[in-house]
Design a binder for this molecule. Structure first.
Ligand SMILES: Cc1cc2nc3c(=O)[nH]c(=O)nc-3n(C[C@H](O)[C@H](O)[C@H](O)COP(=O)(O)O)c2cc1C
Length: 215
């Protein structure tokens, strides 16, 4: 397992990769990032998360078609010309590009799922909030993106496809009890890793009371 990037440096430079080289992902690298997904925690360690790796070209093409349709509703490409903030425009240009190529350019798509049939009823039902469902899945997505960064691969967390989740579930034979949470294209990047655009930590972190700044 190669791991040339330090953990904090990797976290600080793992940006969304939306443009990919055509090279296939060697099996050992794919295995490494999938292991990283599996290292992520789940509530009570019930391990109800599942990853579906889509390599089949025809299935990827169809998923790409559905993703593209969903993306057009969310953000028609013509809107790019109206963007005033150049950073946001660059990001959306990447998102438009991904929407046009996700079914053909990245060699692998990973669909992150959670199987309710495995979960059972939560022990702390009174305190349960539905968004904890996602909390079982998204740490695995971030683990995959970080592991990908470590081995020279890239990816992007996407959710736009959810508009056509039923169609994608049917295509992939996913049972009723399973929900999907994220679709991650993976491959060797044509984009570069680098610094992230984030508000300063002081602006988004409070201490002891809401609004009390981190000094
Ligand atoms: C919940 C969530 C949903 C997202 N969905 C999409 C998506 O459907 N398509 C896409 O291109 N990017 C998607 N992204 C990626 C974000 O646009 C991206 O992470 C954000 O702009 C920050 O950019 P960076 O990852 O390069 O730092 C999503 C990210 C998150 C966290």
């Amino acid at each position: 397992m190669s791991d040339a990037v330090g953990l904090l440096e990797g976290m600080a430079t793992t940006r969304s990769i939306r443009r990919f080289r055509p090279d296939p992902i060697p099996d050992d690298l794919l295995r490494t990032v999938l292991e990283a997904a599996n290292w992520a925690p789940s509530g009570s360690n019930v391990q109800n998360r599942r990853q579906l790796v889509v390599k089949d070209a025809e299935k990827r093409r169809r998923i790409g078609e559905l993703y593209g349709e969903a993306f057009k509703v969310f953000y028609p490409a013509e809107r790019l010309a109206e963007e005033v903030d150049p950073t946001h425009q660059r990001m959306m240009r990447g998102a438009v590009y991904l929407a046009e190529t996700i079914g053909t350019e990245p060699p692998v798509l990973v669909l992150f799922c959670r199987d309710d049939a495995i979960t059972g009823s939560p022990a702390n039902a009174a305190a349960f909030r539905p968004w904890t469902h996602g909390a079982t899945v998204y740490p695995a997505v971030q683990n995959v993106l970080l592991a990908a960064r470590a081995v020279g691969l890239g990816g992007c967390l996407t959710t736009i496809y959810l508009r056509y989740e039923d169609e994608i579930k049917a295509l992939l034979g996913i049972p009723e009890t399973v929900d999907t949470y994220a679709l991650v294209p993976l491959g060797f990047p044509r984009d570069t890793f680098g610094p992230l655009h984030r508000r300063p930590v002081e602006e988004v972190t409070f201490v002891d009371s809401w609004g009390a700044p981190l000094s």
